[in-house]
Design a protein around this ligand. Structure first.
Ligand SMILES: C[C@@H](O)[C@H](N)C(=O)N[C@H]1[C@@H](O)[C@H](n2cnc3c(N)ncnc32)O[C@@H]1CO
Length: 147
């Protein structure tokens, strides 16, 4: 998994069009979303992650928790983003992993939103610009090598 973490004043998105033939079913309310004072986590789930999805979920949650505590962020935006890798996991696996990350972060007490999966989306982001505001992480199952 490739993750881009941006500590932001806000992130807002608007669904524009289907980017997959079968995108995630969403309600009218989910077509737009916004969080203020947010740690935005843009994530590309990778083929290598299919070897151990549970471990990837655990490692991703740990990484996000660590950064959230360093930047003192309570709001997290889980954002599916297929542009951080050229070795993408199958959509059905990616969606399950991202849903699990969302659930575990909620269990940890964070206020979490997840942007809809399988769509083209317009978004606005206001990066805070402090030294820890822009971070990237690469996560792979144990025993797999990081490319
Ligand atoms: C397109 C751009 O505006 C938007 N931001 C977008 O990326 N849309 C992606 C993700 O929501 C999702 N998606 C599919 N496979 C994956 C994957 N392996 N990991 C993450 N997301 C995925 O499916 C869409 C098309 O790839």
């Amino acid at each position: 998994m490739r993750m881009l973490l941006i500590h932001s004043d806000y992130l807002e998105y608007e669904v524009k069009d289907k980017a997959l033939s079968k995108p995630e079913e969403i309600s009218e309310e989910q077509k737009k979303g916004r969080l203020d004072e947010v740690l935005a986590a843009f994530m590309s789930v990778e083929k290598v992650d299919e070897a151990n999805p549970e471990e990837i979920v655990q490692k991703a949650v740990e990484e996000i928790k660590n950064v959230a505590s360093q930047v003192n962020a309570q709001n997290i935006f889980v954002y599916p983003f297929a542009h951080l890798s050229s070795e993408l996991a199958k959509p059905e696996v990616a969606l399950e992993i991202l849903k699990a990350i969302e659930e575990k972060l909620k269990e940890e007490g964070f206020n979490v939103k997840r942007a809809p999966f399988g769509y083209y989306k317009a978004f606005k982001l206001s990066c805070k610009g402090h030294p820890l505001a822009e971070l990237s992480r690469t996560i792979v199952p144990s025993g797999e090598k990081k490319e």
